[in-house]
Write a protein that binds this ligand. Structure first.
Ligand code: C2O
Ligand code: CU
Length: 591
């Protein structure tokens, strides 16, 4: 195993991700951040210099379990102190298993400001991937999907935090980005996208923009250069393939809000990996990807040698955003102009939830590498997802408690025995909700509270989580929430509609070949049951991966192995803030 070392300057940059220039958070002067590629077993060392003058920063390595290094999980107020402006922090952790991952800011709404990038961990002899001989063409560039707003995240956060009639929802994104590139209101098939708003007059047909890129060098920094000027910051992503070869294509989503669907014109995909775990291969025409999820698919270039569109469209919410486009280009064909004449494929209708369920329910652990879960759990935690109000503020709540993070990170507080003064230790948050709660209608009592309480998990115990979705404040609306667990993978034992009833549903759960994942959705008005082993000492977030939902409190905290945290060798700079900075003598050494 080797050590991969990176030094990053995190700073504000001017960038034109969708051909319009805005302020973003970039790394080393670019957006998105650099791709990290490592092999399973390698050590990844990233020195982060916070070059932003007005805010702290942390970087979370999404999907990396951080065994033995919970202080490197990169969650502000949970695993570490935010890195102050001008300061430096070194993340050092093991790339524990092969898979498709990414990293992103985990403080405030920095992820939505553009602080993210890809993290690919390749297989190794000790950590083989069973499908590695099935792609003779090699790997295509990863597709990291995101969504983008023209309003900056400070305005977004202020709108979400405001009371009563001043509350402002972030609305739908202006542009979907693929590897940080998109084309604002630029399309080839507007009539068929079936959007809510009329998009006629602002729409440029993307082709018109080609004229402006004659001076390629100038396009590097100029937002008026069109999406097909290869050097423009908003140039569409092109995947080059050769006819007859099979490729591995990795797809991941770090969207702030949107559920997406990826469809490749004229080609099918075989799903083989989800969130760094092997799945029983299955063939699809298109693939749903929720925020926080990742997949690998095998793609065979078995069509006529020419260029094809890849469409990335919005699912699950009434879209006001045009699909993003990329190009699958057969290099053995003469340069083709066909791409400008065909219409990109249309992704499935946004409200065809049954189709999403069918896809999600098909995902199973790969039969020849399957490790089934323990047969039973030591405890069950039921988490009711509701939208509520607190003194005029809109909140997302779990069993009617909305998460508010303390100023002293949980990990530091437990490491130094300061938890009783650092946050509310008057017990755990509720682990269930009233018998008579009707999940199909708006909350009868819509007043919620906020709390910093945590669930205390016994080291090594088996935990079941029932995610129970419910109706929002508005009649007959319930949304899809992708829940992401830090520090672990979990088995997804089952899904269903309505309220989870153990007497009826427990027998239907899959304990034979459930998929292992780190993110799973709970469908509208439905439930999802997860199982995991609490075998990772640390302080871990479990939350909805929709950025504004997390901002509004949609998450819980698991503290694992309280006694073992006391013995952890937590680097002092990770936790030297809040009460730890004020009360613990430096240098901080293990107890
Ligand atoms: Cu990718 Cu806590 O998130
Ligand atoms: Cu959510």
């Amino acid at each position: 195993a080797t050590t991969i070392s990176e030094t990053w300057d995190v700073e504000y940059i001017m960038w034109a991700p969708d051909c319009q220039q805005r302020v973003m958070i970039g790394i080393n002067g670019r957006f998105p951040g650099p791709n990290i590629t490592a092999r399973a077993g390698d050590v990844i060392n990233v020195t982060v210099n916070n070059k932003m003058h007005t805010e702290g920063v942390v970087i979370h390595w999404h999907g990396i379990r951080q065994f033995g290094t919970p202080w490197a999980d990169g969650t502000a107020s949970i695993s570490q102190c935010a890195i102050n402006p001008g300061e430096t922090f070194v993340y050092s952790f093991v790339a524990d298993k092969p898979g498709t991952y990414f990293y992103h800011g985990h403080f405030g709404m920095q992820r939505a400001a553009g602080l993210y990038g890809s993290l690919i961990i390749e297989g190794s002899p000790e950590h083989p991937e069973p499908f590695r001989h099935q792609y003779d063409g090699g790997e295509l560039p990863v597709l990291l999907l995101s969504d983008w707003w023209h309003q900056n995240v400070y305005a977004q956060a202020a709108g979400l935090d405001s009371k009563d009639r001043h509350f402002q929802w972030i609305g739908e994104p202006q542009t979907i980005l693929i590897n940080g590139r998109g084309q604002f209101e630029c399309t080839l098939g507007p009539a068929r996208w079936n959007l809510e708003k009329t998009i006629d007059k602002n729409i440029q047909t993307c082709v018109d923009n080609q004229g402006s890129c004659k001076d390629e060098e100038r396009c590097l920094r100029r937002s008026e250069c069109g999406p097909y000027c290869p050097k423009s910051q908003c140039a569409a992503v092109v995947l080059d393939v050769r006819q007859g070869k099979t490729y591995r294509l990795r797809i991941a989503s770090t969207t702030s809000l949107s559920a997406l669907n990826v469809k490749i014109q004229g080609h099918k995909m075989t799903v083989v990996e989800a969130d760094g775990n092997h799945v029983e291969p299955f063939v699809v025409d298109d693939i749903d990807v929720y925020s926080g999820e990742s997949y690998s698919v095998l793609l065979k270039a078995d069509q006529r040698a020419t260029a094809y569109w890849i469409s990335v469209g919005v699912r699950g919410r009434h879209p006001k955003t045009l699909p993003a486009l990329a190009i699958l280009n057969y290099t053995d064909a003469p340069p083709s102009s066909l791409r400008w004449r065909t219409e990109p494929p249309v992704t499935p209708a946004w409200d065809d939830i049954q189709r999403s369920k069918n896809f999600t329910y098909r995902i199973k652990a790969r039969s020849d590498t399957n490790e089934p879960p323990p047969a039973a759990a030591d405890r069950q935690i039921v988490l009711l997802n509701t939208q509520n109000l607190m003194n005029g503020h809109y909140k997302w709540s779990i069993n009617n408690v909305s998460l508010s993070l303390p100023t002293t990170p949980y990990l530091g507080a437990f490491r130094h025995g300061l938890q009783h003064s650092a946050f509310d230790t008057s017990g755990e948050p509720p682990a269930t909700f009233p018998e008579d709660y009707n999940v199909m209608v708006p909350p009868v009592n819509n007043a919620t509270t906020v709390s910093s309480r945590v669930f205390m998990l016994k080291h090594g115990s088996v935990v079941d989580v029932v995610l129970q979705n419910a109706n929002m404040l508005k009649e007959q609306v319930s949304e899809t929430h992708p829940w992401h667990l830090h520090g672990h993978d979990f088995w997804v034992l089952g899904y269903g509609d309505g309220r989870y009833d153990p007497l009826k549903h427990e027998a239907t759960l899959n304990t034979v070949d459930p998929p292992l994942r780190n993110t799973a959705v709970v469908f509208p008005h439905g439930w999802t049951v997860l199982r995991f082993i609490a075998n990772n000492t640390g302080a871990w977030a479990f939350h909805c991966h929709i950025e504004p939902h997390l901002h509004m409190g949609m998450g819980v905290i698991f503290i694992e192995g309280e006694d073992k945290i006391r013995e952890l060798d937590v680097p002092k700079e990770a936790v030297a803030c809040g009460l730890v900075a004020r009360t613990v003598a430096v240098p901080l050494t293990p107890a």
